[in-house]
Write a protein that binds this ligand. Sequence first.
Ligand code: FES
Ligand code: FES
Length: 174
Amino acid sequence: MPITINNREIEAPLDPRVSLLDLLREHLHLSGTKKGCNQGACGACTVLVDGQRILSCLTLAVQFEGCSVTTIEGLSQDGALHPLQQAFIEHDGFQCGYCTPGQICSAIGMAAEIERGLPSAVTADLAAEHIDFSHDEMRERMSGNLCRCGAHNGIVDAIAATFAPKPAFAEAAE
Ligand code: FES
Ligand code: FES
């Protein structure tokens, strides 16, 4: 069964040891997804699988037969940047840019997790049906994506500008 990558069907690699990250970078030359640590510690390799964020360095490509993978190259629509990509530019959310594709894919998955009501380590009420998109929730949920350049303030601003309900977020961050 093929793997759909950025709306294109790809045959799974014959070698079952190939990670999803290596399939993307080495086989398909989709080099937007970055290899930082290759051991699940930095978040640079984050992509979306059926809308959920995963670390592509820790997974085997063959696991995703029949799934839909979206990388940073697949986020733009009709030549227009995804709103979060645009926000990263407007809020100085990067310096060298190495962590940026992973930050952006991770943040899109993170916003969907909050929307679905999945709790994090800082969610006070685990039974709550609605989780506020707060400053603390965002920082906790994005803590797996490291930025060696220290662009975290711009990253947080870009994510908040894209996904957070403005008045509620502003009050919570004060
Ligand atoms: S390269 Fe996958 S988490 Fe660092
Ligand atoms: S912008 Fe350089 S590592 Fe994040």
